[in-house]
Design a protein around this ligand. Structure first.
Ligand code: B1M
Length: 210
């Protein structure tokens, strides 16, 4: 079995104790960090999602798979991130209220940070008020990023976007993303940008502040 397959299986079956060593071994073998991330871990999480949909997996297994991926990403982070120069300004990021998913948001954060932004992470289940307070405390913010993983929290994404746009502070761009979000929805709710993935979000953020 290839190292990528081992990582895939470890994430899918929630082998938290094994993942750090496997990722380290993969890096030592010279496997590209992005391949470890996408072919090993992200695709395993997609499989977890499909199994959950087919009732072949349940929330506790999904949670342990998520923990395993988070641990793997921690090991991968230095190799993925590269040197951060923090000269493009501040980015405030969070997952909208009602939504507890943060793996994708954390990857977006990592990519945005390593492309030169100072990231302020508000975490998950972030109320509209918390987003607006963070913007008021950091009026020089350049990018605000909202993540949303559930179709049921898409209305929260819409409300949060509207409230932030109307909060009286300008000078930043608001970007959105997450599995159920599309370019069409982003346009419809008045976001300044949308990306389907973490690398694209970092490119978009840089383009929007250029
Ligand atoms: Co939940 N979950 N979950 N879950 N979960 C999904 C999203 C689901 C699709 C699974 C399924 O049914 N196939 C489904 C949603 C269905 C829907 O909305 N139509 C679902 C459900 C139903 C639920 C619960 C309701 C289950 C329940 O309790 N019955 C519940 C809701 C809890 C809540 O949030 N209120 C729930 C709970 C959980 C756990 C807590 C157990 C766990 C999350 C742990 C954590 O995040 N710390 C979990 C997990 C792990 C998943 C799946 C399996 C994996 C998500 C993930 O981390 N993917 C997921 C199935 C799936 O996605 N296929 C699922 C890997 C990650 C790298 O991808 O997050 O998509 P992703 O991020 C990508 C892009 O979306 C994008 O870039 C990222 C990297 O490339 N992106 C952005 C994300 N944010 C962005 C922001 C940007 C730009 C791009 O700009 C700012």
């Amino acid at each position: 079995m290839s190292k990528i397959d081992e990582i895939y299986q470890a994430v899918e079956t929630g082998k938290v104790k094994m993942i750090s060593a496997l990722v380290e071994e993969a890096l030592a073998e010279g496997i590209a960090p992005l391949s470890i991330l996408n072919d090993g871990m992200v695709s395993a999480m997609a499989s977890v999602g499909s199994k959950f949909q087919r009732s072949e997996m349940f929330v506790p297994e999904m949670l342990i798979a998520a923990k395993t991926m988070k641990k793997g990403v921690e090991i991968l982070q230095p190799a993925l991130g590269g040197a951060s120069i923090s000269s493009l300004g501040k980015c405030i990021i969070g997952t909208v209220y009602g939504d507890l998913h943060d793996i994708g948001k954390n990857l977006v954060m990592l990519m945005i940070e390593s492309s030169g932004f100072e990231v302020i992470d508000l975490g998950v289940d972030v109320s509209i008020e918390r987003f607006i307070n963070a913007i008021k405390e950091n009026p020089d913010v350049r990018i605000v990023g909202l993540s949303c993983l559930l179709t049921t929290t898409m209305p929260a994404l819409q409300e949060t976007t509207k409230a932030i746009k109307e909060c009286g502070i300008t000078g930043f761009k608001l970007i959105v993303g997450g599995a159920p979000v599309t370019q069409e929805f982003a346009d419809q709710i008045g976001a300044d940008g949308y990306s389907p993935d973490a690398a694209g979000a970092a490119e978009l953020a840089k383009k929007l502040v250029a």
